[in-house]
Design a protein around this ligand. Structure first.
Ligand code: MG
Length: 503
């Protein structure tokens, strides 16, 4: 299985074409002044960072001055949701502007996965590249690790990072203490590779190296901003943190009063500050939209190594608000009003169509689910969420809830929970138990914690949302009712003769 890994730095024909394209577009854009160019876009995408993990939403035990600054100088969204409360599916939605169900990517892809984003889908990077943008991804990709699925094949000029989650390695806490087999092989995950471009540059990331990931991604981001100051750019920074196993550099070890999780959050905040400073240093402050958000809520079974959803119910892996509602900050001085709070429903799928509208790029040829939220972003008076309905697909592609503005109807389903028990300590999780919820209606405006079922009081809302659920089943399917969905498109699949990533 372990082949000789390709060496970094060997230019491929594809890379050469990319470099040539970048040089040409840089030359074209550099003839325009900054004000004439379409704005830069930076998306900082956290992993498992929960609703109440940032200062503006109640973080405790550590300070997040740079995230506080983003809120003070930009917009805080209090009702921003993801398509799925799990890593790969959530990223598929962010980058395609579609429900993850629509593009055929569910759950979290592991080292055995043989799927990724279909080549006919259009990613946010490709939308930006169509307008001549320089593009880069520094961080966790998690949308297929074989070469045909890696970022360079989906609109990014540069890539550096982990192909999937940082716990998919031999030290995973559920496997690390199991005995080796007779042939010496160990159960669990293979060594964790670090990739640059399309090549593995480190076949076996160590714990010492995991401590540097946030720093490395930040340094790459700052360097990219400096190199492309004279050209419009899209920079995507999907951090490995604050997904377990938590790792922090010496710069922040022991700095918080919230243990390792707080230290990691302080380093994340530092990273945001470095990126904001880099933008400012290049004179691009008023020409750059910076978005900070997360892929899903807290992994509660990890206890003190997990974040906090604050008042929201449950966490990652569930369709309760604690799983799907994430913090979101958007800053663009001079365009987004400072210190504004948006309480309207918006989603990660809105980022692609909103950016397309902002930079004057065409929308993808295939149908998408996100909406242009510029009216919310610019705080136009009376602006409302453009979402008539939002569907919540849970584990196993079950349609588990339907949201229409303040109303959220849970459809009968099983979900994982700690049922009030404490989570684990020191990076070792406790086991979840399983609970069941029936047909229950919640008024999220008055009850964001989904504590009080009001289905009996509002039967007409229940019936209306059930009819919407039926529309979703027709379009996007539902394994709970054995529906496939007429609007579901296939993921990209690895063919027998496709090159595989070996390391
Ligand atoms: Mg995640």
């Amino acid at each position: 299985m372990r082949g000789t890994h390709p060496r970094a730095g060997r230019p491929t024909a594809h890379m050469a074409r990319c470099v040539a394209a970048v040089l040409i577009t840089t030359s074209a854009w550099s003839q325009e002044s900054t004000a004439e160019r379409p704005p830069n876009v930076i998306v900082i995408f956290m992993d498992d960072l929960a609703y109440a993990d940032i200062g503006p939403l109640g973080a405790q035990g550590y300070a997040t001055p740079n995230l506080d600054r983003m809120a003070a100088e930009g917009m805080l969204f209090t009702d921003f949701v993801v398509s799925a409360a799990v890593c790969s599916a959530s990223r598929a939605a962010l980058l395609t502007g579609c429900y993850h169900r629509r593009v055929g990517i569910s759950g979290a892809l592991g080292p055995n996965a043989e799927i990724g984003i279909h080549p006919d889908e259009t990613t946010l990077a490709e939308v930006c590249r169509a307008r001549g943008y320089a593009t880069a991804c520094f961080g966790k990709w998690h949308l297929g690790h074989h070469p045909k699925f890696l970022p360079l094949q989906h609109g990014f000029d540069e890539y550096f990072g982990l192909p999937y989650s940082n716990d998919m390695w031999p030290q995973h806490p559920e496997f690390v203490n199991l005995p080796a087999a007779a042939d010496g092989s160990r159960p669990g995950f293979p060594p964790l590779p670090l990739i640059e471009g399309n090549a593995v540059i480190n076949p076996n990331v160590t714990s010492v190296e995991q401590c540097q990931l946030t720093t490395w991604y930040t340094e790459r981001a700052v360097d990219f901003i400096a190199r492309h100051a004279a050209q419009s750019f899209f920079l995507y920074v999907p951090h490995a943190m604050v997904h377990v196993p938590l790792h922090v550099s010496e710069k922040f070890r022991g700095r918080s009063t919230r243990g390792l999780f707080g230290d990691v959050m302080m380093e994340v905040d530092w990273s945001v500050g470095q990126i904001l400073e880099a933008v400012e240093r290049q004179g691009l402050d008023e020409h750059t939209l910076v978005i900070f958000t997360s892929d899903n809520g807290p992994w509660l079974s990890y206890g003190d190594h997990a974040g906090s959803a604050g008042p929201l119910r449950e966490g990652k892996g569930t369709e309760f608000e604690g799983g799907v509602r994430v913090p979101a900050l958007m800053r663009w001085p001079g365009q987004i009003p400072a210190g504004h709070v948006c309480r309207e429903l918006a989603t990660t799928t809105d980022i692609l169509p909103t950016v397309a509208a902002l930079i004057g790029a065409p929308l993808p040829p295939r149908a998408i689910d996100g909406h242009d939220i510029r009216a919310l972003l610019f705080a136009q008076p009376g602006a409302l969420s453009p979402h008539p309905v939002h569907y919540c697909y849970g584990p196993g592609d079950e349609l588990q809830a339907v949201r229409d503005r303040k109303w959220k109807l849970h459809l009968p389903h099983r979900y994982r929970t700690l049922a009030g028990r404490p989570g684990g300590t020191g990076g070792v999780p406790v086991a979840y138990s399983t609970a069941t919820i029936g047909l229950e209606l919640f008024d999220l405006e008055h009850d964001p914690g989904e504590t009080t079922n009001v289905a009996d009081r509002f039967p007409e809302e229940v019936a209306r949302l059930q009819a919407l659920a039926e529309q979703a089943r027709h379009d996007l399917g539902d394994t709970l009712t054995n529906r496939t969905g007429a609007g579901v498109r296939p993921a990209g699949r690895l063919a027998l003769d496709d090159p595989r990533l070996v390391w």
